[in-house]
Structures are given as structure tokens and as C-alpha cells.
Design a protein around this ligand. Structure first.
Ligand code: JCZ
Length: 221
């Protein structure tokens, strides 16, 4: 998979894309991620990419021309152009796996008060929100999307079986996990996990996952 990111803050992507499993996949070429500076398509000496909103109001809006030019320069065939926005469809497990099946993603990161509506209506194939809260721009939402999606790109996580077993893939929450010590400040690890009885452990985990889902996220059931 190839992911192209359009942003006025390319440096925000440096550390996250060099770190951990994602960084390894990028370094190994299992995942190609290119971050592009939108200002290369900006206007004038200051490479301006924003202007005042028609109709008045506070703040600035991103102009369409630099965004169209940046996307048209990198778009392959086929591509899937995504605008990160609080008005998009909510990112969840099913959207993540859907996006993981694309050959190319082009992620448009806005800033300021938002992006000219013609980007949504005439350029983007998809508009995605990472949750019902407002960020200062689309860069961190894009990183959330990239990290979630890249785990489902073959060869990136390195453990294909563990993905299908994950909680949200199963429509439930995860069972509780423990490691050493068996007794920490008097808080003991559940006896069944120390028993060596694999069937009993499996039963306990299924029950605890169901209980957590019922108590914390009944909407998932
Ligand atoms: C551009 N503010 C792009 C997306 N889920 C979510 N929350 N906030 C955003 C977002 C906020 C933005 C821009 C300016 C995305």
C-alpha cells in the first residue's frame, strides 16, 4: 500500500513514521508513505494556502487550488482520496479494514477553520472523523488513521492471526491481561491464569470479555 499525505506541517509526521512497528514497515518498504508540503502549491512569496471565508466570520479557510494541485500530482489509478474532518463518517474497525484494502490512500489534512467545501464535494472520495471532538487540524487524525490501517496491511504487523482475534474485530472488548508479579501489593492475578488449564483459561477470558463489553460498551452487543 502507498499512503500520500498532504499537509502544511510535514514535520508532524517525522517521529511517528520512524518509530516502532510502523517505522519498521516504512523502512523495510512494506508500506510506502510520502508526506507532501501543501505550501509547494501555495500562492505568492508566503506560499499562502488560506483566505477569508465568503459570507464573513472568524478565522481563515483553506483554498481549494493548492489542495487540488497537490492531490492531482500524487494520485495514482486507482486511488482513494480521504479528507480528515469532524464532519466525516466515524472511523471504526470496519472502516479501518475497508481502507486497508485500498492500493493508495491520499490523506488531506486541513488547518485553520476548515477547508473549502469543493474539496469535499469534488475531490475527496471519502471524509473521515476519528471521533466527536474537534482537533486543531487533520494531521493527528491522519496519523491515527495511518497507524490503525497499516496494522491490517499484510506484512506490517507481522502476526496475521492476532489481528482477527482482537477485540474490536470480534465486536467485543478485550479480556483483562496480567503479567508478573503474581502478587503486586496484595492484588493477586486470578488463580485460573496460573493453573495451566488452557480450557479453563479460555472460558475465563471469554466470560471476562463479555462482562467488560456488557458493563462498559453495551452498544457493541
Ligand atoms: C482542519 N480543524 C481537520 C477531525 N475527528 C476530527 N476532529 N477534528 C478533526 C479535524 C479538525 C480540523 C481540521 C481544521 C480535521
Amino acid at each position: 500500500m502507498r499512503i500520500d499525505v498532504i499537509t502544511i506541517f510535514p514535520e508532524l509526521f517525522d517521529a511517528p513514521l520512524r518509530t516502532s512497528l510502523l517505522g519498521k514497515a516504512v523502512a523495510a518498504g512494506r508500506l510506502q508513505i510520502e508526506v507532501h508540503d501543501l505550501r509547494e502549491h501555495g500562492f505568492g512569496k508566503h506560499r499562502s494556502v488560506d483566505d477569508e471565508p465568503y459570507g464573513g466570520g472568524a478565522g481563515m479557510v483553506m483554498r481549494p487550488e493548492p489542495i487540488f494541485a497537490a492531490v492531482e500530482e500524487v494520485a495514482a489509478d486507482p486511488t482513494h482520496v480521504v479528507l480528515l474532518s469532524p464532519r466525516g463518517r466515524r472511523l471504526d474497525h470496519s472502516v479501518v479494514t475497508e481502507l486497508a484494502g485500498k492500493e493508495q490512500l491520499v490523506l488531506i489534512c486541513g488547518r485553520y477553520e476548515g477547508v473549502d467545501e469543493r474539496v469535499s464535494t469534488h475531490l475527496a472520495d471519502d471524509e473521515i472523523s476519528i471521533g466527536d471532538y474537534v482537533m486543531a487540524g487533520g494531521e493527528l487524525p491522519a496519523l491515527v488513521l495511518i497507524e490503525a490501517v497499516s496494522r491490517y496491511v499484510p506484512g506490517v504487523l507481522g502476526n496475521a492471526e492476532s489481528l482477527g482475534a482482537e477485540s474490536h474485530a470480534q465486536g467485543s472488548l478485550e479480556y483483562p491481561q496480567y503479567t508478573r508479579p503474581a502478587d503486586f501489593r496484595g492484588w493477586k492475578v486470578p488463580e485460573v491464569l496460573l493453573s495451566g488449564d488452557h480450557a479453563a483459561v479460555e472460558d475465563w477470558r471469554r466470560e471476562e470479555a463479555e462482562r467488560a463489553t456488557r458493563e462498559r460498551r453495551p452498544d457493541l452487543l
